[in-house]
Design a protein around this ligand. Structure first.
Ligand code: GLU
Length: 424
């Protein structure tokens, strides 16, 4: 086994659970291998020169329905990573009880280095290169790291242009992508964060935590981290640290206690300055008093009640697991805790809510969007969020009850729920 392969590691992880619970080994082995991984060249013009990027789409498994999952634009995207991410999507859709399989794709690119025009060319060219394998009942992409509704809109537009022989009707063309702005779903943008907080509220209920006395540190202030922070503070939790890729912020009172951050103000400040540096906002004002910049590594090690990694994978590893002080981890990124670190922390009594449960609000909302498009309807935001809250609650209760029944932790129970549904 390639020890650096994140796909191999997650495969091993699932196999272990399969073995423990006597799940048909042959069927499981077959499931774990992605059905198809497409790798394509994406040539675009930059300053009059042709530059070739690499694009991927891993279609992992479609036992439960069309392949479903995001597209990420990041310099670290590679075949191994999309394979792992697509496996997690298969498991995630199953845990969420959705009629979807798993897929994931992306382009190896640092989008911050491209102009808007170049980004548009890249997005459109990607669709031209993978067109054949997409479709409302085949494979339905969505946003992921560094991709957003605007990028998805370009992709849909390109997809519509390619449908020359009229294979699909207009509503089906829109149903081929979720996370769009045009004909998109009201509430989809905030859905992952919203769903995560729906889970957080269930955890607080089960573990008898008082939100007013519960401190949270969140790594990542993109779409997922920001909305999680916002909904969590609105639900009364004390969000005391947030960070982006450049670092994070905390604020303390004279006694050294954490002061909860004012998330909307922190957001406005970051938008204005381009970074979180100096955005020490609390109680309606931003000032320097008690403010401190911290590194992402320091954020992970803060003495808070709940730690929420909401950026990229592999941030809690064998190198820093001993220093984690939080008693609860809510995985809002995909794969933020490595299997080894996860086992270690669980043994130490840390309560981990796995990604495939905690961040499934995004794909659950994508399901509602897909349904909306196929039915030719437009759903209201309040109805969407109500339905989403109910879906998250059901997914959580199911995993919780399985964990109680099997006398195990939530990560293992989530795998068990997912695998039973997929292998049936
Ligand atoms: N990229 C998100 C995820 O990792 C959403 C996927 C989707 O909506 O298809 O779950």
């Amino acid at each position: 086994m390639d020890s650096n392969s994140i796909y191999q590691k997650s495969r091993e992880e699932v196999l272990e659970v399969g073995e423990k619970y006597n799940l048909a080994e042959e069927k499981l082995e077959e499931f774990l291998e992605p059905d198809r991984v497409l790798e394509v060249k994406i040539p675009i013009k930059i300053d009059n020169e042709l530059v070739n990027f690499r694009g991927f789409r891993s279609q992992h498994n479609n036992n439960l329905g069309p392949y479903k999952g995001g597209l990420r634009f990041h310099q670290n995207v590679n075949k191994d990573e999309v394979m792992a991410l697509s496996l997690w999507m298969s498991l995630k859709c199953a845990v969420a009880g959705l009629p979807f399989g798993g897929g994931k794709g992306g382009i190896a690119v640092d989008p911050k280095q491209l102009s808007e025009k170049e980004l548009e060319s890249l997005s459109r060219e990607y669709v031209r290169r993978v067109y054949e394998i997409l479709g409302p009942q085949k494979d339905v992409p969505a946003p992921d790291v560094n991709t957003n509704p605007k990028i998805i809109d370009w992709m849909v537009d390109e997809y519509i242009k390619l449908n020359k022989n009229g294979e699909y009707k207009t509503n089906e063309l829109y149903a081929t992508f979720t996370g769009k702005s045009k004909k998109g779903l009201a509430g989809r943008t905030e859905a992952t964060g919203f769903g995560g907080v729906a889970v957080l509220k269930r955890i607080a209920e089960k573990l008898k935590l008082d939100p007013q006395n519960t401190t949270i540190a969140i790594m990542g202030f993109g779409n997922v981290g920001y909305y999680f922070a916002d909904f969590a503070s609105k639900a009364g939790f004390k969000v005391v640290a947030v960070s982006d890729s450049k670092g994070g912020i905390i604020k303390r009172d004279a006694k050294g206690n954490f002061i909860p951050l004012d998330i909307p103000l922190v957001y406005d400040c970051k938008m204005e300055k381009g970074s979180l540096n100096g955005c020490y906002c609390a109680g309606g004002v931003c000032d320097m008093r008690g403010g401190q910049m911290i590194t992402n590594e320091e954020l992970l090690q803060l003495p808070v009640d709940i730690l929420v990694p909401a950026a990229l994978e592999n941030v809690i590893t064998e190198n820093n697991m001993q220093n984690i002080k939080a008693k609860i981890i809510v995985e809002m990124a995909n794969g933020p805790v490595t299997p080894k670190a996860s086992h270690y922390l669980i043994k130490r009594g840390v309560f981990i809510t796995p990604d495939i449960l905690a961040n499934s609000g995004g794909v659950a909302a994508s399901y509602i969007e897909w349904e909306q498009n196929l039915k030719g309807k437009t759903y209201k935001k309040e109805d969407v969020l109500k339905r989403l809250e109910k879906m998250m609650k059901e997914a959580f209760e199911n995993v919780w009850n399985t964990a109680e029944k099997e006398n195990t932790n939530l990560p293992e129970a989530s795998y068990l729920v997912a695998l039973k549904r997929i292998l049936k």
